[in-house]
Design a protein around this ligand. Structure first.
Ligand code: PLP
Length: 461
């Protein structure tokens, strides 16, 4: 590929630095932190403006489930743009793509789901959740049920409600968050809280925090509990097997709505259409986005289970909520074609039975590297911790001093080796690659990660 002739990298970087405020960035540093310009994507790879090819171990931002450059999605979008670029579904109108996609989503989702509300993103989906669950309880004659319980270190988006549901202190510090009626319990992180316990014991303990919080708030005031089946941006926190069934039991006991935020886990990432199926739970509501279109076009939504949908249909009264781009036809056709690809190429099944187990074997073997304290995957999500000294158990490893920023240094070496991972505080590196990776591509990714680790180790000597 010869992009360099047509793309002036320095000019773009100068303009970017001068005018473009990036998400989650420190603007004081913007002149010193020069951005890499990404110009092309194909399959699991992207290219920067200097011609470097990178294996995208993060699938963009956890979203490129079918990989880059699918012509059939581009064709579907093109045809729809010529047919009907835009229409909405307000005021008793609808259009073919929204109708077809709603029906398709109902077909592939668990049996309790027969309705869908479309939005433009995961954050809008979670805003919709907050309004929908409170509207539901109002209609049920329990308007005092307002409180939504979420978890520390969860990520549910960047709008006021999304960031409030999320459990990041750094986000809560800005903008007066969380908004009223949202409270948090601890996350089911065995690494963080499981010392001296089996994972199963710790899973039950972490779930019991929900019951304690319900009793503290008052069961008659709690509307819903929301959680990502596996916390993504918080660090690929895989809950012990006992956690979700116990959460389900507690929600049932107190009649509280269970909401699964499947923005990351949905559409095959855990080898099922939805991550809640992996854990055998039956949420009342599901938030989805990202993988529904594999990121080709923004689209999200809320799957509304029969318990909520039937009550709202029966009781009536307008739900005063909706977006100009709810069910945008271009997003809907992209989603339909994306789901068709996932089905035709049996991508979800492959993640469950073939490529997922293969990735697990290869990725978890990275734990033998001198820098890696632990490495685990679930489906096509993974995380590894870099440690200074390894102890006998994960709870006895000694971490690096945070000022050394070893995780960020390692991420930079990964980039130089040709693979993208995400680094988060605690020197943890995350992986969420396109679901299409072949065995050969998995081998290549593991080799590149190994090179990045070796380089980091060399730096530390
Ligand atoms: N929920 C989860 C679990 C996410 O990971 C994200 C984004 O990363 C969101 C919600 C927010 O989605 P969006 O960025 O599309 O608003």
């Amino acid at each position: 590929m010869n992009m360099r002739e047509s793309i002036n990298t320095q000019r773009l970087q100068a303009l970017d630095s001068a005018h473009h405020l990036h998400p989650f960035a420190d603007y004081r540093l913007k002149d010193s932190q020069i951005s890499r310009v990404i110009v092309k994507g194909e399959g699991a790879y992207i290219w920067d403006s200097e011609g470097n090819r990178l294996l995208d171990g993060m699938a963009g931002l956890w979203c490129m489930n079918v990989g880059y450059g699918r012509k059939s999605i581009a064709d579907a979008v093109h045809a729809q743009m010529l047919q009907l670029t835009y229409y909405n579904s307000f005021f008793q109108t609808t259009h073919v793509p929204a109708v077809e996609l709603a029906a398709k989503l109902v077909q592939i989702s668990p049996p309790q789901f027969n309705h869908v509300f479309f939005v433009g993103s995961g954050s809008e989906g979670n805003d919709t959740i907050v309004r929908l669950v409170r509207h539901y309880w109002d209609k049920q004659g329990s308007p005092e049920r307002q409180v939504i319980i979420s978890r520390l270190n969860s990520y549910h988006g960047s709008t006021m409600a999304g960031a409030s549901l999320g459990g990041w202190p750094s986000m809560h510090k800005q903008g007066g968050l969380p908004i009223p009626g949202i409270v948090h319990i601890g996350q089911p992180s065995y690494l963080e809280g499981g010392k001296g316990k089996t994972p199963e014991e710790f899973g039950l303990e972490a779930a019991s925090w929900l019951e304690h919080k319900i009793l503290e708030v008052g069961a008659d005031k709690v509307a819903a509990f929301i959680g990502e089946p596996v916390q993504g941006a918080g660090g690929v926190i895989v809950p012990p097997s006992t956690y979700w069934p116990e959460i389900q039991r507690i929600c049932n006991k107190y009649g509280i709505l269970l909401v699964a935020d499947e923005v990351v886990c949905g559409f095959g990432r855990l080898g099922h259409w939805f991550g809640s199926e992996y854990f055998g739970i039956s949420p009342d509501l599901i938030t989805f986005a990202k993988g529904v279109t594999s990121g080709y076009v923004p689209l999200g939504g809320v799957l509304v289970g029969d318990r909520v949908a039937n009550a709202l249909i029966e009781k009536g009264g307008e739900f005063n909520h909706g977006y100009t781009y709810s069910g945008h036809p271009i997003g809907c056709v992209a989603a339909l074609e994306n789901i068709r690809i996932l089905e035709e190429e049996k991508i979800v099944d492959r993640v469950r039975t073939d490529s997922g187990p293969y990735l697990q074997k290869k990725f978890e073997a990275l734990a033998s590297h001198p820098l890696v304290g632990s490495a685990e995957t679930i489906g096509f999500l993974g995380g590894l911790n870099l440690v200074k000294h390894k102890g006998a158990t994960v709870h006895e490893h000694i971490p690096f001093e945070s000022a050394l920023s070893v995780g960020m240094i390692c991420r930079a070496h990964m980039f130089d080796s040709g693979v993208i991972m995400r680094a988060i505080p605690g020197d943890r590196l995350l992986m969420s690659p396109p679901l299409t990776l072949t065995h050969a591509e998995i081998d290549e990714m593991i080799k590149l990660i190994g090179l990045g680790l070796d380089q980091t180790l060399a730096d530390l000597k």
